[in-house]
Each structure stands twice: as C-alpha cells, then as structure tokens.
Design a protein around this ligand. Structure first.
Ligand code: FAD
Length: 414
C-alpha cells in the first residue's frame, strides 16, 4: 500500500474529526492535523473546497482529491485497504493480526491451509505500537515494533494468507461443525477452525499527556522496558498486585522507584506489599493521582501529581513512568458465543477447561480439548487474549505457531 500524504482539517471539539484521526492512527497512516479554528487560511481553504460551507473533517490526499466527513469504510477504500475477503468459507479464520495471529497464519499458510486473517486496525497489534522490541529472540540489537510487524505481515503474505484490514469482528456464532465470523460492516465468513488472537489492551489513566508519551517515557511492561532505565528514577502508577510486583522488578534496573497509589493502601497480596514497603529503593506515595504527564523534546520527564484528599498539586521529575492499572482482553465480540472466559474475560483453554470434570464443556465427550482449544471444539485461542498467557511477543508468536499445528490436527478430525 502506498502511503498517501494526508492532511486532516478539523477542530478539537468535532467527534467525526476524532473518529477519522483515530482511524488513521490505528492504521498507522501518517497525516497532518490542522485545527481550522487556529488557522484562518486553513479555514478558508476548507470553505473553498466545500462550495462555501465549513464542513469538517475535510481530508486532503496527496493526489489532490479530498473526502468530506467520510465514514471509516470510505476512508479504508480511499486508502486502498483490503476490506472484503475473496471467499465466504475458509478452513481457518484468524481474528486479530498481532504477533500470535500472524504467526499462526503464516504457519497455516505454509502448510497450504487456506487462511483468512481479519484485523480491525493495523497489522502487528500491540507489538507494532512498541517503539523498540529489545527482548525478541534473534534480534540482538532489538527491532522497532513497526518493522517487526511489517516482517511478520510480509511473511504471512508470502505464504498466501489473505489479510483483511479495517474490519471489526462483532460476533462469532457456531453451528454443528463450522463457525461464522460477523463483522461490523455486515460481512459474514464461515470456517472449520477459528483462532482467536485478538489480544488485550493495557488500561490507561486518561490523563493529559499520556497519549503523547506512550513509548517515550510511559510504559506498560517492566519486563519489556525496565532495562532502559538502569540507574534512573521511575514512577509506578497503581496499587494492585501487578503494580507491586512490577515495582519490585524495576528495582533491578532503576536507582529509585516511586509508587503512586490513589487510595490509602495497596490492594495486593500482603507478602508482596511487605516486600515493596521494605525495599530501600522504593518510595510509596498514597492518596496520589497523576494529573498530567509533562515532557520536553518528545520525551516525558516529569509528572504533575494531585493529592486525592487535599486536591493540592505538585510536580515530580521522573525518567520514566510505568502504568499498571489492569489489562482488558479484546473479547467483547464473544459475548454470546459460548466461549468460556475467566472472571476478567481472558479465554480459558485446554486442561483448564476440564480440571473439574463436572464442568467439562459439551462436545468434548470423546476427547479432551487440545492445549489451546477453547470450550467450543474447533475454536482456539492464542496470545494475550488467553488466560495464562505471559503477555510477551515471543510467547504470543510461540502460541500462534502451536495453535496452527494443533489446528492442522483438528482439521484432520472433522
Ligand atoms: C506499549 C507496549 C510495549 C510492549 N513492549 C513489549 C516488549 O518490549 N517486548 C515484548 O515481548 N512484549 C511487549 N509488549 C507486549 C506485546 O506487544 C504483546 O504481548 C503482544 O503484542 C501480544 O500479541 P497478540 O497477538 O496476542 O495480541 P495483540 O498484539 O494485542 O494483537 C491483537 C490484534 O487483534 C486485533 N483485534 C482485537 N479485537 C479485534 C476485533 N474485534 N476484530 C478484529 N481485530 C481485532 C487488534 O487490533 C490487534 O491488532 C508491549 C505491549 C505494549 C502495549
């Protein structure tokens, strides 16, 4: 796909402008943003383009053409994204084009299993949004997340995998021996085996500045990004188990770790809390919220903090901030599918489904579920979306490969 030179004319209050910006951002398509309320020449340009009307968003493309208030589907078509599949039925459909989904797809494609991947945003998932993957085996100097994503995609394409983009899966239904994937655009695709590799999202604080500095001082994974902060001061935001555990891990790298807890106590296991409170490298500030992330030269370097009791504000310098306030799986589209999830929505697979024989899912009377198979025979799960996964790129690709090999066996059974 050729990346066009795009200028988006809009205003900060305009919801359709935000939607178009989000669409371009999620698909990693660079664009120039012009707020016409701050730029009278731009406002005049928009009025001229629209026959005297001030309609936003107006989006100008490198070829001189423009779209006015486009829907996401119109934008996708203009950008040349492939949004509909060649066939209605596939032996394997993969939901999600992150590391797990693309690896499964390239394995399946290489074995001549006709495979369709459906992705709602840019290929590469969270990995593509990662500035640098420093712990991916085989890349001794690290690799930019976007480059890694591009390589995975190219490899899947080389093996004949069909890739859809800008298609949001909204529902999955299962029938005797096949499953149907429904998308927001109204399309339906059926398959014999389905792999759910839709990943998860780190919860964000929503504080001003957060979006600007993600990957540039703001992080969500200590294992991934902690080593960049050797000898530095980092802040950890959160008061649960993961915040407590990750602050201990960060002391292996950082000189000083300040943990910001909104309430008056940790909501974590007492043993871990004891270790945190007793660690000489860790300082804990209770009743403290982040009001804003601030920075210089494109890098976060301090935070504006608010005392949640008094409302008083102060600034704190920090080299990095790690936010650990939870992780949500992308599983909303499975609400009525019968695929079992744990209490947080992560999908249960394999042995975990049959630990308690009285809970054995229907359809597994003659064989147990395969390691990455869900409670519905023929529907598999891999990567971050799966209960028990380790939320790393290397393990997501490993699970993707394993899922593809299991699916190969499953396809022989049906
Ligand atoms: C900022 C950041 C930095 C990280 N740094 C590192 C690191 O340095 N090293 C490391 O090992 N790991 C890192 N991780 C974690 C790593 O990126 C993930 O563990 C990995 O990407 C998980 O892969 P996945 O394929 O399971 O899921 P994801 O990468 O989440 O991919 C899932 C895909 O499914 C798509 N999708 C979701 N729902 C739907 C739907 N309804 N319809 C269609 N498509 C859908 C999503 O758009 C996404 O592209 C980082 C994560 C983040 C957020």
């Amino acid at each position: 796909m050729q990346i066009p030179d795009i200028t988006l004319y809009g205003a900060h209050w305009c919801p359709d402008c935000r939607r178009s910006k989000m669409f371009l951002g999620e698909h990693q398509i660079p664009y120039n943003w012009v707020d016409i309320e701050q730029d009278s020449a731009a406002e005049q340009f928009v009025i001229e383009k629209n026959g005297g009307k001030r309609i936003i968003p107006t989006i100008l493309f490198g070829d001189g053409s423009h779209l006015v208030e486009p829907s996401n589907a119109q934008l996708a078509a203009k950008l040349g994204l492939v949004t509909s599949a060649r066939k209605a039925f596939y032996p394997l459909i993969v939901i999600g084009g992150g590391p797990a989904g693309l690896t499964a797809a390239l394995y399946a494609g290489r074995e001549a299993v006709d495979t369709l991947v459906i992705e709602r945003a840019a290929y590469g998932g969270q990995a593509a949004a990662t500035e640098k993957l420093d712990n991916m085996p085989g890349f001794p100097d690290g690799i930019a997340g976007i480059e890694f994503a591009g390589r995975l995609r190219a490899q899947a394409e080389r093996f004949g995998v069909e890739l859809l983009q800008a298609q949001d899966v909204t529902q999955v239904t299962s029938h005797d021996n096949y499953h149907v994937v429904h998308t927001a655009s109204g399309a339906e695709y059926a398959c014999t085996a389905l792999l759910i590799a839709s990943g998860s999202r780190y919860r964000r604080l929503g504080a001003p500045g957060e979006r600007d500095y993600i990957g540039a001082g703001i992080h969500f994974c200590a294992t991934c990004d902690g080593p960049f902060y050797k000898g530095k001061h980092v802040v950890v935001v959160g008061g649960g188990n993961s915040a407590a555990e990750e602050s201990l891990l960060l002391t292996k790298f950082a000189e000083k770790v300040t943990v910001l807890v909104r309430g008056d106590a940790f909501k974590a296991s007492p043993v871990i809390v004891e270790s945190v409170l007793g660690d000489p490298k860790i300082a804990v500030r209770f009743h403290t919220e982040v009001a804003e992330f601030l920075g210089k030269g494109g890098k976060m370097n301090r935070l504006r903090l608010r005392d949640s009791q008094s409302g008083g504000e102060s600034e704190m310098a920090a080299d990095g901030a790690f936010i650990f306030i939870g992780l949500d799986p992308n599983t909303g589209f499975l609400a009525d599918s019968g695929v079992r999830a744990n209490e947080w929505g992560f999908l249960i697979t394999g042995h975990d489904l049959v630990h308690d024989e009285s809970q054995r899912p229907a359809g597994y009377e003659k064989r147990p579920p395969m390691v990455l198979e869900t409670s519905i025979p023929g529907i598999f799960a891999a990567g971050d979306v799966r209960h028990g996964s380790t939320k790393q790129v290397a393990s997501a690709t490993g699970e993707g490969a394993t899922a593809a090999l299991l699916i190969r066996e499953y396809l022989k059974l049906v």
